[in-house]
Design a protein around this ligand. Structure first.
Ligand code: GLV
Length: 326
């Protein structure tokens, strides 16, 4: 029996390639730059499977160009790049990679939090500049992280991993979410629920961990920044469009908030020039980028593809109704 043809928009890691190569006829995009859209649309014409990164929009246009497609496996937990409803309409299974990147992403949100509070970017620049002349009492004084209040917006797996790390820093943890966590979880993580406005008024560090949905797009806007303490910092490792970037720049410029640690942006890879300032630490969407975690993410995507073609339920299917229909 012929193997299903699958296109991967990245060369992936060896472990994931091994899983895919065994049961699929694979075509990998091997160049370091992202494939041009026309090239992707051309290559998926005859493909039954797709392994893609979050930079690929799997929308109507894409699905039209891939009439044989049966699965689109995203190598990311966030799947706002995939029009799941359009996939469902065409009987295409869509999958993501939840569960394996929670701790790594929380580690990085903490990295940003520590870096912006303790002015690591400025400190590294000075240390490397040859201009550091002497130790000084008030040189690069930052803000303590320990003992402060951490406000978590979105208390899912990553938000909770964030909270778990706070106890070592003797922080008070408050969170907000559309759904309140079970009492046992609140107790275990010593996290107290707050309505959004109360969280904004109380948090010293506000860390975002919500998916990008119509209701979270632009969630952090001017009125939200207005409610934050002028000494507070915003940390975003979720999705860029959750924050109104122009409003964030205005809040930073006017001193409405003290700073920000950002991994994600409204129009990646474009970064608003107003964010390039001393009190903002910037990273290029790398929160889950440890070799261990990225390898697991690629393997999970591969396993989802292999499962579908073996007639099994892909473990991370987002639209299981397509299975019932077939
Ligand atoms: C990364 O941003 C992901 O969604 O996995």
């Amino acid at each position: 029996m012929s193997k299903p043809k699958v296109f991967a928009t990245h060369s992936l890691f060896d472990a994931a390639r091994k899983i895919l190569n065994e049961s699929c006829e694979m075509e990998y995009w091997a160049k370091p730059e992202r494939p041009p859209r026309e090239e992707v649309l051309r290559r998926v014409k005859d493909k039954e499977g797709l392994v893609c990164l979050l930079t690929e929009k799997v929308n109507e246009e894409f699905l039209k160009a891939a009439p044989k497609l049966r699965i689109a496996a995203n190598v990311a937990v966030g799947f706002d790049n995939i029009d799941v409803a359009a996939c469902t309409k065409r009987g295409v299974a869509a999958t993501n990679t939840p569960g394996v990147l929670d701790e790594t992403t929380a580690d990085f949100a903490w990295t940003l939090m520590m870096a912006v509070a303790r002015r690591l970017g400025e400190a590294e620049a000075l240390a490397g500049s040859g201009k550091w002349k002497h130790w000084d009492l008030d040189q690069l004084v930052g803000t303590d992280v320990w003992g402060k209040t951490l406000g978590i917006v979105g208390f899912g797996r990553i938000g909770r991993a964030m909270a778990r790390r706070a106890s070592g820093f003797q922080m008070k943890v408050i969170y907000t979410d559309a759904v309140r966590a079970p009492e046992a979880v609140e107790k275990e993580l010593k996290a107290e629920f707050r309505e959004m406005n109360a969280l904004l008024a109380e948090g010293d560090f506000i860390s975002l961990h919500v998916p990008l949905l119509p209701e979270t797009r632009g969630l952090f806007n001017a009125p939200k920044f207005h409610r934050m303490k002028p000494t507070a910092f915003l940390i975003n490792t979720s999705r860029g469009p959750v924050v109104d970037e122009a409003a964030l720049v205005a809040a930073l410029e006017s001193g409405k908030i003290a700073g920000a640690g950002l991994d994600v942006y409204e129009n990646e890879p474009f970064i608003h020039p107003g964010l390039k300032r001393a009190n903002v630490v910037l990273a290029p969407h790398v929160a889950s980028a440890s070799l261990e975690t990225r390898t697991k993410m690629a393997c999970i995507a591969a396993e989802n593809v292999v499962a579908l073609f073996a007639g099994k339920r892909p473990p991370n299917i987002l639209n299981p109704e397509v299975l019932k229909a077939s």
